[in-house]
Design a protein around this ligand. Structure first.
Ligand SMILES: Nc1ncnc2c1ncn2[C@@H]1O[C@H](COP(=O)(O)OP(=O)(O)O)[C@@H](O)[C@H]1O
Ligand SMILES: [Mg+2]
Length: 361
């Protein structure tokens, strides 16, 4: 019994065709995607740009029992309100100046299949009302028409910003949010996927070596280290772009650091001198500093103190604890002078009073 459920679980978490990555975070995504594909409930894909939302949307369709029906994608962020209105719902001849003939909308085109509403966060409040009705009643009218059209469509929406925050700030209708948010799937940023980076690099290297007819079969360790240490603000799309460029520019049979953008190489040099090495630590530090900076006021002048000191204090506390508060040992582990350590302890309020400090040496 237990063995079967484990097996089922493993199958749910296995790779999905077209997607690279086997980190825990992506296995969570695969599992949710497979479960969601079995139903017709709305799915909301959340995640930074380039994390693979569109790939998951099409996987949801492919794995569902609507797979033989149409998959229709609409980028809601790319059209003005009125264009998007007639794009989604269609229009009848004469309903506005350019409407020279009747036009079928994308909802009708997606009948029996899936519609993927990308960048749903950028729809206007008028369109949000119309979308709410389609989600609730599965019906709408073409622009300029009175006839009601019924459709059988599975809705998958995506947003690259925090939609609940948009709701809180009054930019997105709460009722529509709850209608869309039946099954939320969060695509983690690439910097949180650790070992997936190398898999993706090798995957795209193979893809682009083949399409450019190149014999590139490896990557120099320094180049790989730089790629692993980088923060990937543009996620998989950015990685794909860099590997394609490197492949085209490559003159030997190995990818070397010189073929990578300065941003990537510069980041890795900084990483080598930092205390922490692995990618995840690097990402944590970056995030910590970023968060602190975003809270700082424009005129704040003691940023070094605000950002570095809490880290140093935490480090001292943990090392002192590991060394049973023995300062000599702690100073050796930290690689600093014992007097320096003591001064810092006083500064951070970590030094014990004289009476209880018999473990100081
Ligand atoms: N896990 C992945 N494996 C392989 N390619 C990926 C993966 N995630 C994203 N990509 C590729 O990265 C690019 C951006 O993905 P996309 O789905 O368009 O992201 P988003 O919609 O979140 O911006 C696409 O070219 C896509 O094929
Ligand atoms: Mg996209």
């Amino acid at each position: 019994m237990n063995a079967t459920t484990n097996m089922q679980k493993n199958q749910l978490r296995g790779p999905i065709e077209g997607l690279i990555g086997n980190s825990e975070a992506m296995q969570d995504v695969y599992e949710l995607t497979r479960l969601a594909a079995r139903s017709s409930a709305s799915v909301l894909l959340l995640g930074e740009t380039g994390t693979g939302k569109e790939l998951i949307a099409s996987a949801l369709h492919r794995l569902s029992d609507r797979a033989s029906g149409p998959f229709v994608r609409v980028n809601c962020g790319a059209l003005t309100e009125s264009l998007l209105d007639s794009e989604l719902f269609g229009h009848v001849k004469g309903s506005f100046t350019d409407a020279i003939r009747d036009r079928t909308g994308r909802f009708e085109a997606a009948h029996g299949g899936t519609i993927f509403l990308d960048e749903i966060n950028s729809t206007s409040s008028t369109l949000q009302v119309k979308l709410l009705r389609v989600l609730q009643e599965r019906e709408f009218e073409r622009v300029g028409d009175t006839r009601t059209i019924q459709v059988d469509v599975r809705v998958v929406a995506a947003s690259n910003c925090d939609l609940s925050k948009e709701v809180a700030e009054g930019n997105f209708r709460e009722d529509l949010f709850w209608r869309l948010n039946v099954l939320p799937v969060y695509l983690p940023p690439l910097r949180r996927r650790g070992r997936d980076i190398e898999l993706l690099v090798r995957h795209f290297l193979k893809v682009y070596a083949q399409s450019n007819d190149r014999q590139i079969d490896d990557i120099e360790p320094e180049a790989l280290a730089a790629l692993l240490a980088y923060s990937w603000p543009g996620n998989v799309r950015e990685l794909q772009n860099y590997i394609e460029r490197a492949t085209v520019l490559c003159q030997g049979n190995r990818l070397i650091p010189d073929l990578l953008p300065d941003a990537v190489i510069g980041d890795s040099k900084a990483a080598q001198t930092a205390v922490f090495r692995p990618t995840d630590d690097q990402a944590l530090i970056r995030e910590f500093v970023y968060n602190r900076l975003s809270k700082a006021e424009e005129e704040d002048q003691d940023l070094h103190k605000q950002i570095v000191e809490p880290v140093e204090k935490e480090l001292l506390q943990q090392i002192l604890q590991n060394c049973n508060q023995t300062q000599t040992k702690a100073a050796t582990r930290l690689g600093i002078n014992r007097n320096t350590l003591y001064k810092k302890m006083v500064e951070y309020g970590l030094a014990k009073t004289k009476a209880s400090s018999e473990t100081t040496s």
